[in-house]
Design a protein around this ligand. Sequence first.
Ligand SMILES: *Cc1c(COP(=O)(O)O)cnc(C)c1O
Length: 358
Amino acid sequence: MTPNRVRLRPDIEELAPYRQGKPAHVDAFKLSSNENPFDPLPAVLEAIAGASINRYPDATAAALRQRLADRYGVTEHQIQVGAGSVAVLSQLISAAAGPGDEVLYSWRSFEAYPGLVTVSGATSVTVPNTSDHRHDLPAMAAAVTDRTRVIIVCSPNNPTSTVVTAAEFEAFMAAVPQSVLVLLDEAYAEFVNSDEDAVHGIPLLGRYPNLVVLRTFSKAYGLAGLRIGYAVGPEYVMDAARAAAIPLSVTESAQLAAIASLDNEPQLLERVGRIAVLRDQVWQSLVDQGWPVPKPHGNFVWLTTGDQTEWAAGVFAEHGIITRALGDGLRVTIGESGSVDKLLRSAAEVIRNLRTAP
Ligand SMILES: *Cc1c(COP(=O)(O)O)cnc(C)c1O
């Protein structure tokens, strides 16, 4: 052991720090972080202007929790608010799993999952996505062991934008022991078209006592920079999450902005609708170009680029489109309508050269 180094946890030292989507240079569109391209609503700016800064926020986010409880027909004790839904996810994993325990999820999925599991001390167990980039829920149910404490299901899945259907999810819940916590991460729920047979977690809470649903204000509601999200689930599980939380991390600005967003939801959902229409158009154009792109349900599309992913990301960047390279594919956010021409032009150039490029 080197004498002048402190002893750190080896699993943490090996962990790569969270890598953020690259910032866009001037004239480029940042389509690498699934952010909402719209400016905040005036009502949200007004709410933030009234937030106190020298005082600590309400640690319990009581007003927002009551508001969400009324909306979902649950009690305020069944809501936990955190500094982003990733914070709540971290609390729930730490509340249920530690050294020797397993946390199960599909892969490829949200890149924050492996790190959160490692920090909790538990072990990640992953089940590969199906060849059509969806969760393989029967294989996930079969991968449960007596060490499994948490299963994360992500629908729409980041980064492949595919959904779990209601029927698939119900069969899965029937196969999983009720002692295992199932976290349904619905960060992109608002972007799912209403005619899809996608799972919707909140109406199922009454049926499954081991289910917790995660939602966020970061994506559809455009509050990514303020950091606020929440979970809905059984009261004792939410109490455990509260016990595992860093106190006072949800600012008053974030709480007030979330309430103002709920007050002005029709305007926000109209924007979400416009993004979804644009997404479906982009998807159709990509299919016409010959891309084997799974039908997207979030505010992003998944382009499989194999071992030419870095090269493909470079082509997009040359056209002023910053994407997120993840393993064997590129995740591209549906952002400003003005970005679409460049996005499609880059995609056409990539698919033309995909097999012949260096
Ligand atoms: C963006 C995202 C979240 C939410 O992030 P927060 O900003 O922390 O609320 C959660 N899960 C997935 C899969 C996401 O893509």
